[in-house]
Design a protein around this ligand. Structure first.
Ligand SMILES: C[S@@+](CC[C@H](N)C(=O)[O-])C[C@H]1O[C@@H](n2cnc3c(N)ncnc32)[C@H](O)[C@@H]1O
Length: 472
């Protein structure tokens, strides 16, 4: 079964998005179903493992990897995928294990999943409830928020501890809930206006339609609440389940979360100027910036990832020049704007990259902060007097964000913060762009209101600091 082989590859260390792209998953509708199963199983791994341990008496970690994978996939289908009857999920999982493992292993899977079917909410509800039913053995959040968010919330303990320390119990809970929602897909048009792009996508039936909107709603209902759910800044929200490649055939652009798009806007190069994007692959920001800038030199140290930039530039006929180069030793000097969108722990993108939460370790923060420091030094070394340096990450961790920038500004007093344009709610007191997944999108369990005009689903997390080089 394709989903099982993708998850087995992830078990052996491959990234989920890479395994998914390489899997050759069939076309719709099976494609969407397999994606939902694989990404969902990884996303809720902590929750499923806790439940499987309670029911089966052994932690999945103690089991053989294919057996563990079959149990997790079966449990996810039983609890989360209303489209699959429980008994069908059980027999499919048992057959999967029988193909390569012993009868005893298949018997174990059968027994554990049958118990889960008996415990699960009525099939008509289609998904496990927002809070665990009593008797499922999850910690009570009123007594043990860390345990609750690590198990029901399905995140590693070290990260939960950090986030509770930083955002408090309620904030950490909202963040975890935002990370467990299926993210929406957005397209940022490049070289075509948003209205024209929205019209074209709507005509092709690819644009998200707000609830209650008529079949012929098109893009221009004009009601701000509906528009806010499909236009976020320059991004257009696609209808759920739409293949992004199909949307890109209708409208030239890039598939980009609103948070990444806000970073590109915040960089704000002067029209027609030269931009150097030193960590450019796969190229979303470089391609978005190419619509404003004169030329974007798009460098990345990994040639295979750079190939994605080459393809994007070709597809959009964009003025983007890909270069394989290390940002610590930039391949050019004198660009008016230098962007360092540095490698990071990516804790702001765990909705889209659910395996990231299990792959990332606490020690990675310090390791990557050291890498970012060297990249920032390299990037700064080629910014001319009067030029702009933009540092960006998609992590929420302070050591990689303001902590990194504060230390840099101490070392380099010739650089000063000069914030770029952004909605006020995303600019902090220093002028940095800060997007937090739980400060966007729908209200969490504590009943907060949606955040202003950017209502709708949550965004990824992002951080950026824009600095101008003047005389020290
Ligand atoms: C966060 S991603 C960049 C995303 C990209 N800016 C976009 O918008 O699509 C970070 C990139 O930095 C690259 N990278 C890591 N170390 C690097 C280095 N020393 N020099 C240049 N690129 C590097 C990685 O290969 C990766 O593609």
């Amino acid at each position: 079964m394709l989903a099982a082989s993708i998850l087995q590859e992830v078990e052996s260390g491959r990234r989920l998005d890479v395994a998914w792209e390489a899997s050759g998953a069939p076309a719709a509708p099976d494609r969407a179903w397999i994606r939902s199963l694989t990404f969902g199983t990884v996303r809720l791994r902590g929750r499923l493992d806790h439940l499987l341990t309670t029911v089966g008496g052994r932690t999945p970690a103690e089991l053989d990897s294919p057996v563990r994978t079959a149990l997790r996939m079966g449990a996810y289908q039983i609890l989360e995928m209303g489209s699959v009857p429980g008994y069908a999920a059980v027999s499919q999982s048992v057959e999967q294990v029988k193909a390569t493992r012993s009868r005893a292993a298949a018997g174990l899977v059968n027994a554990v999943l049958r118990k889960l079917v008996a415990m699960a909410p009525a099939p008509s509800s289609g998904a496990s409830p927002g809070v665990p039913p009593a008797g499922w053995g999850f910690p009570d959040p009123a007594e043990d928020m860390e345990g609750y968010l690590a198990t029901w919330g399905s995140h590693p303990c070290w990260l939960i501890r950090r986030w509770i320390g930083r955002f408090g119990d309620a904030g950490a809970r909202r963040l975890v809930e935002a990370n467990n929602r299926e993210p929406a897909t957005y397209l940022r048009p490049v070289g075509i206006g948003s209205s024209d792009a929205a019209q074209a996508l709507a005509a092709a039936g690819l644009l998200h339609r707000a609830e209650g909107e008529g079949e012929k709603g098109g893009s221009g209902s004009g009601e701000p609440d509906r528009r806010s759910r499909r236009h976020v800044g320059r991004c257009l929200r696609l209808r759920r389940g739409v293949d992004p490649a199909a949307a890109l055939q209708v409208v030239p652009g890039v598939i980009q979360d609103p948070a990444a798009s806000l970073v590109a806007d915040y960089a704000a190069p002067s029209p027609g100027s030269l931009v150097a994007d030193l960590c450019a692959a796969p190229g979303g920001k470089a391609l978005a910036l190419s619509a404003e800038a004169g030329v974007v030199v798009a460098a990345d140290v990994r040639p295979r990832r750079l190939q994605r930039v080459v393809e994007g530039a070709h597809r959009l006929n964009a003025r983007v020049w890909p270069v394989a180069a290390d940002a610590r030793f930039p391949p050019l000097r004198g660009a008016a704007t230098v962007l360092a969108d540095a490698p990071c722990t990516g804790t702001g993108t765990f909705r889209r990259r659910p395996d990231g939460r299990w792959r990332t370790k606490e020690a990675d923060i310090a390791r990557l902060a050291a890498v970012q420091r060297r990249i920032l030094e390299g990037a700064a070394s080629v910014v001319p007097l009067g030029g702009v340096l933009v540092y960006a990450t998609c992590t929420l961790e302070p050591e990689e964000n303001w902590g990194q920038v504060r230390a840099f500004l101490k070392r380099r007093p010739d650089f000063r913060m000069e914030p770029g344009p952004a909605p006020a709610q995303f600019l902090d007191e220093r002028g940095c762009l800060v997007v937090l997944p739980h400060e966007t999108g729908p209200a969490g369990n504590d009943g907060r209101e949606d955040v202003g005009r950017l209502a709708g689903p949550s965004f990824d997390g992002a951080f950026s600091a824009r600095m101008r080089r003047a005389r020290a």
